[in-house]
Ligand binder design. Sequence first.
Ligand SMILES: O=C(C1CCC1)N1C[C@@H]2C[C@H]3C[C@@H](O)[C@@H](O)[C@]2(C1)O3
Length: 130
Amino acid sequence: EEQEEDVLRELRLFLRNVTERLALDRRFKAFTKPVDIEEVPDYLMVVKRPMDLSTLLTNIDEQKYVTVGEFVSDADLVWQNALEYNPDSDPMDRHIRHRACALKDTVRAIIRDELDEDFERVCEDIKESR
Ligand SMILES: O=C(C1CCC1)N1C[C@@H]2C[C@H]3C[C@@H](O)[C@@H](O)[C@]2(C1)O3
């Protein structure tokens, strides 16, 4: 339906805007590109579902997300993976975990402040109808 495609287009615009703002934040530089598997050969033994901000943008453009909730589930992988792969007490790991926690809190704050619950309900109704 035309109205449904209008809603999903608005969803993509919102999700691109959120993701681009995260990618511009200097705290989140390490999250902007996939972890380099050649640089970190054991990464896929630890992290089963890699995710990063550039891949979120590609997913948005490939129309992978029909609700904000589906997007947030993938966005959560970015900081969850960082906490999982960098658990040690050394300063580098602690620095990465601090930024991972900042990413978690920032995503939640943006969604709380900027997502209209009625809009998300319309997206969820479209998802259930498909
Ligand atoms: O988890 C990550 C990224 C940080 C947030 C995502 N990496 C795993 C490696 C461990 C640590 C130091 C470097 O070896 C660098 O390659 C990585 C990249 O950071």
